[in-house]
Design a protein around this ligand. Structure first.
Ligand SMILES: Nc1ncnc2c1ncn2[C@@H]1O[C@H](COP(=O)(O)OP(=O)(O)OP(=O)(O)O)[C@@H](O)[C@H]1O
Length: 228
């Protein structure tokens, strides 16, 4: 059995909405094991993005803990969080968030340069990753010169650039047509097998979620079933 990588304990998040409190997440308990892949599904507004943001240190729980390899991330400074996100996490969003003025190769090299990898090593790894995601012919293209599916493949390669232990993906196929979405999902499944990286994928697409080994359902900010 794989070791525990991330744990949410009694995670709650509420927002102040005028003079009332909006409880978005309520006592969420979940464990992500090293190398596993799981889907989080739930209707719009059920708290999926908020949960992912708390797991990625982009939002802070109102109460409860997010532990990464046993450490409570909310205790870390902004610098520590930024460093952790750069080295240990990858993010994939619905919209690719690639830098428009840079090529695919440069976009994938960027997180490595930030981590202190040399330019030549960063570009070599970026090229390997882009080849792996099927973009050998697109290394020098800028995001505007790529299709939506290709842009998401670049974003996936970028998420894996620093060999993170965990990739958090928020509707990674939400902006793609059905067949492209399925291909991108298949790619994520393959990469999860090949790399020693856990994936947590938020999706509203139950058919795609069903391809993953484990699915958790959020309902009004609570996990619908007990953690397996
Ligand atoms: N910063 C914020 N301030 C106030 N309310 C917020 C904030 N972020 C999210 N919310 C509210 O929290 C609820 C859950 O939002 P969240 O984005 O987590 O849902 P979701 O399940 O990801 O929805 P969708 O599938 O539509 O993206 C929504 O009612 C939203 O308006």
């Amino acid at each position: 059995m794989h070791s525990m990588l991330m744990e949410c304990r009694q995670l709650s998040r509420s927002y102040q909405d005028g003079d009332r409190e909006l409880q978005v997440l309520k006592d969420v308990n979940l464990t992500v094991h090293a190398g596993e892949m799981l889907a989080i599904v739930g209707s719009s507004g059920s708290g999926k993005s908020t949960l992912l943001h708390c797991m990625g240190g982009l939002d802070k729980p109102t109460s409860g803990d997010v532990l990464f390899a046993g450490y409570a991330i909310q205790d870390w400074s902004a610098n520590q969080l930024a460093d952790w996100r750069n080295k240990e996490l990858g993010f994939i969003y619905q919209f690719h968030h690639l830098l428009p003025e840079f090529t695919a190769l440069e976009n994938v090299a960027m997180p490595q340069l930030i981590a202190g990898v040399t330019t030549s090593a960063a570009k070599a790894r970026a090229e390997r990753l882009l080849r792996r995601v099927g973009l050998a012919e697109r290394l020098q293209h800028r995001p505007a010169e790529l299709s939506g599916g290709e842009r998401q493949r670049v974003a996936i390669a970028r998420a894996l650039a620093n060999s993170p232990r965990l990739v958090l993906a928020d509707e990674p196929t939400g902006n793609l047509d059905d067949s492209t979405a399925e291909q991108v999902f298949e790619l994520l499944l393959e990469l999860n097998e090949e790399f020693d990286t856990a994936f947590v994928i938020v999706t509203h697409d139950n058919a795609l979620a069903a391809k993953l080994p484990r699915t958790l359902t959020l309902h009004h900010g609570q996990l619908a079933q007990a953690e397996s």
